[in-house]
Design a protein around this ligand. Structure first.
Ligand SMILES: Nc1ncnc2c1ncn2[C@@H]1O[C@H](COP(=O)(O)OP(=O)(O)O)[C@@H](O)[C@H]1O
Ligand SMILES: [Mg+2]
Length: 328
């Protein structure tokens, strides 16, 4: 099956000022990411804060233009200026529904304006379109007449999802969309996303630091570190047969993957990620890696893997399941 969205060696650099140097320096927020998401699939993107997940989300939805590399949608190269129709097709749901919804406007007017803007429904059909949007996100029709502040956090996030769905998108990019919610609201929103995918065939890119949720929702997972994808594979493979030392450390430190009382989770990873400002010739994880050896600082590790599982670590090649197939 061909990919609906493809990123090919995408880089996003920012010029930033630091105390260490007078001239602006380059921060590589996204540093050569290649990914493909097939239609109706759900890709999870995980990694510590600052590793470039939101910048990558911005590239996917067209809020950021890559410094280098290509984005393809349905086989077509996407330029710096996206058509209105393409912008409609890829929608984002943000972490904070309070900040992303205008507190003064009623839900009905926000949704109706979007539907109008894209001429998606004739005027006579507006009320039933709005009612079916509420039904899609499991909210009662009276929410249409509410303002965001009159709703709970979980309801607001469902309104934010309704807003994304109002323009009949093909892809939802959810950037930490459930992170600010309490556990029961999280479960409601995650179930909703799973249903939308099953019912509407939506393609979802789900960015989260909650590995437990990623495991329940996603088909495949990309693990990012310092602007790069260090490991990618089917969700079950990542959760049961991860090869990258960083992925394994993340999994060990994830409380949400261990049932209380059955397994002690390991302390979080020690040290700080190498700053994206630092020029590292080798593997970006090498300064924190328990398995690092001299060769790791010489050159960025190529991807090694089999099938859809790839790992950017020289040690991954030693694993018998991989042999020495080089993916890239
Ligand atoms: N507009 C910007 N200008 C300068 N640096 C930025 C900007 N946006 C993000 N960054 C930097 O890029 C890196 C990646 O940020 P981000 O994509 O937000 O990571 P994440 O979402 O994984 O926490 C961070 O070092 C962040 O400080
Ligand atoms: Mg972020």
């Amino acid at each position: 099956m061909s990919a609906l969205i493809e990123l090919d060696d995408v880089q996003v650099h920012f010029k930033v000022r630091t105390r260490r140097s007078a001239a602006p320096v380059t921060l590589r927020a996204v540093d050569g990411v290649s990914l493909a998401v097939e239609r109706s699939r759900c890709l999870g993107v995980v990694g510590e804060s600052g590793c470039g997940k939101s910048t990558l989300a911005g590239v996917l939805v067209g809020l950021r233009t890559p410094t280098a590399g290509h984005v393809r949608y349905d086989g077509q190269d996407v330029g710096a200026r996206r058509s209105k129709d393409l912008r409609r097709r890829i929608q984002m749901v943000f972490q904070d529904p309070v900040a992303s919804l205008n507190p003064r406007r009623r839900v009905r007017s926000v949704l109706a304006e979007l539907i109008d803007c894209h001429d998606l429904v004739p005027d006579a059909g507006m009320n039933s379109a709005l009612a079916s949007l509420m039904e899609m996100v499991n909210l009662p029709p009276r929410v249409l007449d509410a303002r965001p502040r009159e709703l709970s956090g979980g309801q607001r996030q469902r309104v934010a999802i309704a807003r994304a769905l109002a323009v009949q998108p093909e892809v939802l990019v959810a950037d930490e969309a459930v992170s600010a919610l309490d556990v029961s609201a999280q479960a409601t929103v995650v179930n909703l996303l799973a249903d939308l995918r099953a019912d509407l065939g939506l393609t979802i890119v789900f960015i989260s630091h909650d590995l437990g949720i990623v495991r329940t929702l996603c088909d495949s997972v990309a693990v990012m570190y310092a602007g790069r994808v260090v490991e990618e594979g089917a969700a079950e493979t990542i959760f049961t047969a991860a090869r990258h030392p960083y992925t394994r450390a993340l999994l060990r430190a994830a409380p949400d993957l261990h049932r209380p009382g059955t397994m002690q989770c390991a302390p979080a990873l020690e040290g700080e990620p190498a700053g994206s400002l630092d020029v590292l010739t080798g593997c970006p994880f090498q300064p924190r890696c328990p398995e690092a050896e001299a060769a790791c600082s010489l050159a960025p590790p190529p991807y090694v893997g089999s099938g859809s599982h790839r790992t950017a670590c020289i040690h991954a090649a030693d694993h018998p399941r991989f042999g020495s197939d080089l993916v890239v």
